[in-house]
Design a protein around this ligand. Structure first.
Ligand SMILES: C[S@@+](CC[C@H](N)C(=O)[O-])C[C@H]1O[C@@H](n2cnc3c(N)ncnc32)[C@H](O)[C@@H]1O
Length: 297
């Protein structure tokens, strides 16, 4: 996560001056309680078994790891992030409240996600578009290959994507109200040639104070077809797309703060299913060709 650049003198004595940006981020952006059931459903559907080891890449304050360790006695979580600051915050605010046995099942690594070769994971997750940090196809392929190598023989890689025309609009800000603050997601810049893009998160408070650019992201806006292609190139057997933001009854698109959101899961190749590989791959191509009928669970 990028650093905050607010002017301390102007903020002194305001709500913003005492606000904790990681706490606000957690409340506004993340929902570990809903992510874990999703991972389990994807894994169970694929392998008819329950996953034990979760690796959370780009884990930040590793809230998902902690939720995972809490969710069952045999679950182990590995969090990887390059930045010491969110990891330290997570140790204090997310890890410490856990029971000692739960804490022991959370392992943290401060490093580049492409370098860490940890215990093999049943589920490897990269949430909130974090892999968009890799701006070239070569870098993305390198990351996906590393993820493939980190997965257990029966493994699932879960990523999320945003998409839809409105998510590419420049100078556009979505505002969501929470108890005591507002969360602003600013789409500041989108280059249609390179797909370089910049996003900022701001928080505002009732007393008029603001945490300006509490977080900033300078990414490549990857498109779904190219991400699927690179996943398959990295060796994944099948890539499924789960579509959020549509009404399950009417199939109409719902308003969501950054347009349509896609969740992707990529199942790892393993010998037991080798004979089915072609059929399954075709199935998923059929799904893409239809375009408007992504998988939902
Ligand atoms: C958008 S935040 C995601 C935080 C959290 N996973 C979430 O879902 O909200 C991106 C995180 O990726 C980390 N990061 C960026 N590049 C990385 C890399 N190459 N390896 C490991 N972590 C990286 C940043 O330090 C930051 O904490």
């Amino acid at each position: 996560m990028a650093t905050v650049k607010h002017r301390k003198s102007r903020l002194r004595g305001t709500t913003a001056s005492s606000a904790d940006r990681y706490d606000l981020y957690l409340r506004a952006v993340q929902s570990p309680e809903s992510e874990i059931p999703f991972f389990i459903r994807v894994y169970k559907r694929e392998y008819d078994a329950l996953p034990t080891v979760l690796r959370e890449d780009f884990c930040g304050t590793f809230a998902v790891c902690c939720q995972w360790a809490k969710s069952r006695k045999d679950r182990i979580a590995i969090g990887v992030d390059i930045d010491a600051q969110p990891l330290d915050w997570g140790r204090k605010h997310n890890l410490q409240p856990l029971r000692p046995q739960q804490q022991q099942r959370v392992q943290l690594m401060q490093d580049d996600v492409r370098k860490v070769k940890g215990p093999k994971a049943d589920v490897q997750a990269a949430q909130n578009f974090s892999f968009w940090i890799f701006k070239t196809r070569k870098e993305l392929l390198g990351y996906f290959k590393a993820a493939y190598a980190n997965l257990a023989r029966k493994g699932v890689f879960v990523l999320d994507m945003m998409g839809g025309l409105e998510t590419m609009e420049e100078d556009h800000t979505d505002t969501t109200s929470y108890k005591g603050f507002k969360y602003l997601w600013e789409q500041a810049r989108f280059d249609p040639i390179t797909h370089d893009c910049s996003f900022y998160i701001h928080f505002t408070f009732k007393d008029g104070s603001k945490l300006h650019r509490a977080f900033e992201y300078h990414w490549r806006f990857w498109m779904l077809p190219e991400v699927r292609e690179v996943l398959l190139q990295a060796g994944f057997r099948r890539v499924d797309v789960y579509w959020e933001g549509t009404d399950s009854e009417t199939e109409e698109r719902l308003n969501s703060q950054c347009g349509v959101i896609h969740e992707i899961s990529a199942a790892k190749r393993h010998t037991r299913f080798l004979s089915q590989v072609d059929g399954m791959a075709q199935l998923s191509v059929g799904c893409v060709a239809q375009g408007l009928h992504p998988q939902r669970i």
